[in-house]
Design a protein around this ligand. Structure first.
Ligand code: COS
Length: 392
């Protein structure tokens, strides 16, 4: 039974405690059962439909377009991701992508765009995706080369995107493209592209250690109405970064869910497994590991929910807090899970044993939505500029 005492921390309100219980109820019944289908595309579609029915997806978008509130509540997003990840990585993935994929629309879309693109995401009838990365633009997001040229009231997109989660099953993509107002970060725009648009093709499906829908997309003279541009042209980089400021905390929350599950599995195993006359949990070396694991879990939770709370309370930017939460929680979870595998001995690397699945699940979180190395740059820059501005 996972520790829920953190729900009494002052970051949360009663509605959060009620939501955590609701998600726990859904996840206990459906997360593992639906996620375990051998076809991950079908599993994701079924997860999205079931989460929509349960009312969970309304937390991924804003009101009055199917959402629970006028703005995204980051604590709710984090609680949902933590709980889902504790049960199954694919359930977390399916929820997270409905949020990230429609996040730029929630944060920067006009009322008309929100009305067009969000209700389907909340209802589970439209699967969303966030298309930033390219073969030559990963950590350096400013190097995006996919072009979008305005011609006769339409944007014409040409280029490639890769490592796109939900690539292959998404119904709509928010695509970051070079519109050329200025070089580098100031010449990018965010454009919503329905998956059915002629000229957009999923040219490759990518297979990774924790399987989920992932693909490479090609855009060839792909034309979308100019009305699909989010906010002003040339603001795409800031839209991407501000969206990541919200969702990086939630990546930390997912890592926290994986870590909490690994700790639970380790607590169960070490109390049952006997070495001579003693259970593993009675021996000091395993206890040292358990102590480190439990401390990392709590420290991660503090950073994740501090960042989420700060955003919900109206902070204009939580760039530093979100980067800290993502970096610490993902790196910490990797260590916690590795310790859990070690405490399981040979069982820890056996297929079908939960900690083996967690060991594969956690790895990508240290890379996507800004690798740990990038979070370090972000944290250092923010800390230095706060000092220069006299606010730290
Ligand atoms: N919110 C709002 N604006 C932001 C921002 C944020 N979080 N971060 C940066 N900006 C703005 C800056 O203020 C700057 O604005 P001005 O041009 O008006 O001065 C502009 O964006 C450029 O910022 P910066 O100079 O810091 O850009 P860099 O090219 O140096 O990039 C990093 C910075 C490396 C931090 C950025 O490219 C990044 O986060 N990379 C990782 C991308 C990523 O997460 N990829 C995974 C894709 S999703 S799986």
């Amino acid at each position: 039974m996972a520790d829920k005492s953190f729900l009494d921390w002052p970051f949360f309100e009663d509605r959060h405690r009620a939501l955590a219980a609701q998600v726990e109820g859904w996840a206990a019944e459906y997360a593992e059962a639906i996620s375990s289908a051998s076809d991950e595309d079908a599993a994701c579609q079924a997860l999205v439909a079931s989460m929509a029915d349960a009312g969970l997806l309304k937390h991924a978008v804003v009101a009055p377009h199917g959402g629970a509130g006028d703005s995204l509540d980051v604590r709710s997003l984090c609680l949902i991701r933590e709980t889902l990840a504790r049960h199954h990585g694919l359930a977390d993935f399916a929820f997270a992508m409905q949020g990230l994929g429609s996040g730029p629309i929630c944060l920067f879309g006009s009322d008309e765009q929100k009305a067009r693109f969000l209700p389907g995401v909340a209802a589970g009838t439209s699967i969303a995706a966030f298309a930033l990365t390219e073969p030559d633009a990963g950590s350096d997001a400013a190097a995006i080369g996919l072009t979008a040229e305005l011609s006769g009231g339409e944007y014409v997109l040409n280029g490639e995107k890769t490592w796109i989660s939900n690539g292959g099953i998404a119904d709509q993509y928010v695509v970051f493209a070079r519109t050329g107002e200025a070089p580098g970060t100031r010449g990018l725009s965010a454009i919503v592209v329905p998956a059915s648009t002629p000229g957009l093709e999923v040219v490759e499906r990518l297979h990774v250690i924790a399987p989920h829908p992932l693909g490479r997309l090609r855009f060839e003279n792909c034309r979308v109405p100019a009305e699909n541009l989010l906010s002003a042209s040339g603001t795409g980089f800031k839209i991407a970064m501000a969206t990541l400021d919200v969702f990086r905390s939630t990546v930390g929350a997912a890592a926290l869910g994986f870590a909490r599950r690994a700790l639970d599995e380790a607590l169960d195993h070490t109390q049952q497994r006997m070495i001579g006359n003693a259970a593993l949990a009675d021996l000091q070396l395993p206890q040292a590991k358990l102590a480190d694991m439990a401390t990392t879990v709590d420290a991660s939770a503090l950073l994740v929910y501090r960042s989420a709370w700060a955003k919900d309370k109206g902070a204009a930017r939580v760039t530093r807090e979100a980067a800290m939460a993502k970096m610490y929680a993902t790196e910490g979870a990797q260590q916690v899970i590795d310790d859990a595998v070690q405490l399981h001995g040979g069982l820890g690397v056996m297929k079908g044993v939960k900690v083996e699945e967690l060991y594969r699940d956690i790895r990508a979180l240290r890379i996507y939505e800004g690798a740990t190395d990038i979070q370090k740059l972000v944290i250092a820059r923010q800390t230095l500029s706060a000092r220069a501005a006299g606010t730290a």
